[in-house]
Design a protein around this ligand. Sequence first.
Ligand code: MRU
Length: 353
Amino acid sequence: MNSIQSLHIEAGIRALRAFVFEEGVLRILDQRALPGRTTWLSCSSVEEVAQAIECLAVRGAPAIGGAAALGMLLALDAEHIDDVKSRCAAADERLRKTRPTAVNLFVALDRVRAAWLPPAADAASLRARVVAAARGYVEDDRSACDALAAHGRDALNALIDDDSALMTICHTGALATCGGGTALHVLGALHAARPATHAVALETRPLLQGARLTAWECQQRGIPVTLITDSMAAFYMQQHKVGVAVVGADRIARNGDTANKVGTFALALACAHHGVPLFVAAPTTTIDVQCDSGAHIVIEQRHADEVRAFAGSASATPSTPVWNPSFDVTPAHLIRGYITERGVLSSSMLSKL
Ligand code: MRU
C-alpha cells in the first residue's frame, strides 16, 4: 500500500477544480458561493485574477500559486518581445501584492519569472517558456498532492484505529490546491484504505472554510464528517477519541514553525493537552527555507467586517474594534511531522531541503 500508484482517487475529486485555463480565459470557481451555488468567474486580465485572489474567490496556498501562475498567461498578449516582458513585469508585481502569507504564491511567480526574465530569441519563444513554467507549477502541485496523500496515509494508518476520528481545520481539499488537496487528500486516502475513517471539521471562523468547503468536500468524497465550531475542539477531544489531527499550511519556516489558518495554534495546544499527534500536510513549495522561524512570517490582516458579521449578517455593531489575523503560527514543538511529497519529515529535516 505504499506506492503512489495504489492511491485511489475518486473520479469525482478529479472534477473538483479551483480553476481552469481555456480559450485565453482563466475560469475561477468562486469558492465564496459554495456550497450553495456553483459560480465561475471568467478572468481575462491579470487585474481580475489579482482581485479574485484578494477576495478569496480562489484560496488555499497551493491554489493561490496556481491561479497566479496561470494568471501570468494573461500578460502575454503583445507582439514585441519588449512589450511581453514589460507586461509580465507589471503582472508579476501586481500578483505579488495580493496576499502576503502563503509562500506558494511567490514560489509560483518566481518559477514563471525565471521563464520571462532571461533573454529570448523572440516573443513566441518567450511566450512558450512562460506557458510551460505556469503549467509546470500546476502539474507539479497536482503530483505532489497525490504523493503526499500516499505518504500521509501510510504514516497515519499506523497511528489510528477504526473508532478514532481525524480532526482538521480550514479547507485543504481539491479546491485549495491544483490537485487532490493536502490534509484533506490524506484523509481521503486514509478513508479509501480504512473505510471506518471519519473526519471532524472545525468550522473555521470567520469565513467558515471548514463548514462551507471541508464538510462539503468530505461529503462529495464520501468521507463521514462531523462539523464542530472551533471552540469545541478541546472538549470534543475529551469526550471522543481523536487519533490524529492533520492541517494544511500557508508557510512553513525552516525551523518548522507553521503559519496556517487562524485557529490552528489553539487546535495544536488542545492536541498537546490530550496527547493527540498533530501533523502538517503540505507540498515542499510551502516550506520557506529563507525564513528562519515563525517570527518572520508576515501574517495577513483582513477586514474587520469579516468578524463583525456571521454568514453575511451583522453580529456586532459597525463601530466595534476588531483584530482579524487570517493566520496564526504554530510552534514547531507542537507539530509531530510534516507530510510532504518527499515523505513525512521532522522539523530538523526541513532545513536540509
Ligand atoms: O485564507 P485561506 O482560505 O486561503 O486559508 C487557507 C488555509 O489556511 C489552508 O489551511 C492552507 O492554505 C492550506 S491549503 C492546502
